[in-house]
Design a protein around this ligand. Structure first.
Ligand code: HEC
Ligand code: HEC
Ligand code: HEC
Ligand code: HEC
Ligand code: HEC
Length: 216
């Protein structure tokens, strides 16, 4: 598979950002030149995966909660993908003859983890954490869309700096009660801003917008 980023791009940008934090005026021109450059943007098409894992069956039909497989999202920067043993917890019994599950059985047998290809990937000069968003009332669906209707997960949000900042400047309409964070079909009953205001007050939500929030 072709690499997402040209090698060297990230380190160049990291140097530029370090410069920007140190001496804003001198490097501003360089940054502005790069700012419209689509380097490091994620991909909007599904990736080929070692197993045809389908969220429509697992989340949609079977109703398995996100936290069963992505519990990291609540407790750490990364949501993570589940280990093979999690799959075999069901698939040792369910559909255990399926040819599509052969790589899962092989991985369980030889202990080599399945190598899932990332769909969402920020450049590594950006700091992001699931934990903080998920515990402050930002729902999975806000950033990932309806994965329960996708045959293969696709990126739906741009994941650009402008997109991050738009919400950080005014998060209120995007906030939901913590009980609904993983609910992909929940909508506020009235004005989203009203619901958001209550959540914002209860959880003391104030995202930052200075450069070193997301770049160090
Ligand atoms: C039974 C386990 C399971 C459950 C339940 C599950 N997922 Fe996943 N998820 C996976 C696996 C395996 C992958 C990696 C393969 C892929 O990208 O489809 C994945 C990938 C993803 C990705 C893309 C990751 C990337 O590479 O960027 C997102 C986003 C995601 N899941 C969101 C969710 C959300 C939201 C829920 C709950 C509504 C959920 N998942 C429930 C197993 C699960
Ligand atoms: C809680 C139980 C459960 C877990 C955990 C689970 N699955 Fe499944 N899986 C199912 C069920 C039930 C089906 C059949 C769903 C259907 O057809 O609607 C299924 C279907 C599948 C299929 C389609 C099989 C075929 O022949 O069409 C694949 C592939 C699959 N699962 C992969 C995985 C992988 C990979 C994991 C781990 C990341 C996983 N599953 C975890 C219950 C589970
Ligand atoms: C504020 C936006 C946002 C929210 C809310 C969010 N994610 Fe993500 N998610 C991202 C971004 C951005 C990435 C890519 C992270 C990176 O490259 O470091 C990502 C990556 C992932 C991945 C790939 C593996 C990983 O950890 O990098 C999975 C799986 C995932 N998210 C699942 C979830 C689930 C499940 C929820 C809800 C419980 C959720 N996300 C909520 C933005 C979000
Ligand atoms: C839909 C709204 C939303 C989007 C989109 C979003 N964030 Fe946030 N972000 C928040 C909220 C809410 C908080 C929690 C603020 C608090 O702790 O009070 C937060 C917190 C953070 C923090 C912890 C520092 C802080 O401000 O408290 C980082 C780092 C961060 N976000 C990075 C990102 C990055 C990088 C992206 C884009 C890839 C992103 N966020 C997209 C709403 C969002
Ligand atoms: C809320 C998080 C967030 C904050 C705050 C933030 N950035 Fe970013 N920045 C990102 C993300 C995400 C990317 C990568 C995605 C993209 O290319 O837009 C990025 C990319 C960049 C790039 C690479 C060029 C580009 O657009 O591809 C530069 C340079 C940069 N940021 C500088 C800054 C400066 C200077 C500040 C302060 C004025 C700042 N950033 C504040 C999230 C943030």
């Amino acid at each position: 598979m072709a690499p997402l980023f040209r090698p060297g791009t990230d380190s160049l940008l990291r140097v530029l950002i370090a410069l920007a934090l140190g001496m804003p005026v001198a490097s501003l021109a360089g940054l502005l030149l790069l700012a419209r450059n689509p380097l490091g943007r994620g991909s909007f098409s599904p990736r080929e995966q070692p197993v045809e894992f389908d969220h429509r069956h697992h989340v949609g039909d079977e109703g398995i909660p996100c936290e069963y497989c992505h519990e990291g999202a609540w407790r750490s920067p990364v949501a993570g993908v589940p280990p093979t043993q999690r799959c075999l917890g069901c698939h040792a019994q369910v559909w255990n003859q399926s040819a599509k599950l052969e790589p899962v059985r092989a991985s369980g047998f030889d202990g080599m983890p399945l190598r899932w290809n990332r769909v969402h990937a920020l450049p590594d000069y950006v700091w992001f954490s699931h934990q903080i968003h998920v515990n402050k009332g930002v729902g999975c669906v806000t950033c990932h869309g309806r994965v329960d209707t996708m045959p293969a997960v696709q990126q739906v949000a741009p994941l650009t700096m402008g997109w991050c900042l738009e919400c950080h400047r005014d998060p209120t309409p995007w906030l939901r009660p913590l009980s609904e964070v993983a609910n992909l079909t929940w909508r506020p009953s009235g004005d989203p801003r009203e619901t958001g205001r209550a959540v914002q007050a209860a959880l003391d939500v104030h995202p930052r917008t200075n450069c070193n929030t997301c770049h160090f």
